[in-house]
Write a protein that binds this ligand. Structure first.
Ligand code: NAP
Length: 327
């Protein structure tokens, strides 16, 4: 018998790929969504009785997940992906930091109180909790922790996101240390994620924060290119990493999921090569990617054993879907 997994934030870009891969492997999935219309849309798209949803309106409400979990004694795995993914909020603490921390704690409290049969919790963290805020070029690995303080995190949207992932993960570890629950927690740490949506209809209009970077480049018919560089991973590989963590637990490795580095120029070069008809600016074609932060993911690569999707494939799939959906 294959198990049932609960996936929080089921409407999310990454969550939908996790759900797709779970369903493909025969799992049943219960997803949490913020409204009935979002749940019905997902149900229609996944089009299988093996997917159902529960409404959890607000991650921060005390006991938010209790009712949903009580209704599903068949769930034995919890994948917690829901968290604010934005660098732009009216109130950094209220809109980004607190929902991330309180959401994680509420999930863990609910499982401890209401779901003794759940033995495995996989949390979607981020490389954000492994970077060093005080030294942007410091080495990053499975063992490094972001040193950002709460006060620094409140100062900007990007700081708030970095802090939200760091503090939420720490809150999870603290919970386990203190409460000694019946389940284990593990974390998956993607870098900047690109890739197509599971469903073409989801590529219409505004994309999620990370793919939004690509859709903004697609509007650059004149003007200059914003400078940006980071490391990339495709969403399908991120989802695969979650499934591996579920099926072959890493026992404490903070799994860093990372492929190659990119810059705005290297993305633009891929788009111009594959979609010349878009007539985008050229920038400085072929300019080398200037990204000097050493990101050492050797342990995670060995553990996952995945043959990662290339950035060219990922960007082409993303752009193709976006153009078709927004004709
Ligand atoms: P996404 O598409 O924006 O999905 C975020 C999910 O969280 C959505 O289901 C959203 O619900 C839910 N959510 C956000 N704030 C919430 C709140 N206050 N209460 C309840 N639900 C809330 O983002 P994503 O890119 O898939 O990210 C998913 C996870 O991966 C996050 O934990 C993120 O930090 C992590 N991650 C993402 C990247 C990346 O580059 N995309 C990289 C590293 C880590 P609605 O749909 O209703 O808004």
């Amino acid at each position: 018998m294959v198990a049932t997994a609960f996936v929080s934030g089921a409407t999310g870009f990454i969550a939908q790929h996790v759900i797709k891969q779970l369903l493909e492997k025969g799992y049943s999935v219960v997803g949490s969504v913020r409204s009935e219309s979002k749940g019905e849309n997902l149900k229609k798209n996944f089009a299988t009785d093996k997917f159902s949803y529960e409404i959890v309106e607000d991650l921060e409400t005390v006991g938010a997940f209790d009712t949903a979990l009580k209704k599903h004694p068949e769930v034995t795995i919890f994948v917690h992906t829901a968290s604010p993914v934005t660098f732009d909020a009216e109130d950094n603490e209220k809109d980004i930091i607190l929902p991330a921390i309180n959401g994680t704690v509420n999930v863990l409290k609910a499982i401890k109180a209401t779901a003794p049969q759940i033995d495995k919790v996989v949390i979607t963290s981020s490389v954000a909790s492994q970077l060093t805020y005080s030294n942007p070029s410091a080495r990053v690995s499975e063992d490094t922790w972001n040193d950002i303080t709460y006060e620094q995190a409140k100062e900007s949207g990007s700081g708030a996101y970095l802090g939200s992932k760091t503090f939420a993960e720490k809150a999870g570890i603290e919970f386990v240390k203190k409460e000694k629950p019946h389940f284990t927690i593990s974390t998956v740490h993607p870098v900047f994620v690109f890739g197509p949506q599971v469903f073409d209809s989801e590529a219409k209009g505004k994309l999620n924060a990370s793919n939004g970077y690509i859709s903004r480049l697609l509007k650059l018919k004149e003007g200059s290119l914003p400078e940006f560089s980071a490391t990339f991973i495709d969403v399908r590989d991120v989802a695969a990493a979650h499934l591996i963590e579920i099926e072959k637990p890493s026992n404490g490795l903070r799994v860093l999921v990372k492929n190659e580095a990119f810059s705005s120029q290297s993305l633009l070069d891929i788009i111009n090569k594959n979609f010349p008809e878009l007539g985008l600016i050229k920038g400085e074609p072929g300019a080398p990617v200037n990204y000097d932060r050493i990101t050492d993911d050797a342990k995670s690569r060995e553990y996952l054993g995945l043959d990662y999707i290339s950035i060219e494939q990922s960007v082409v799939d993303t752009v193709k879907q976006y153009i078709a959906a927004n004709k």
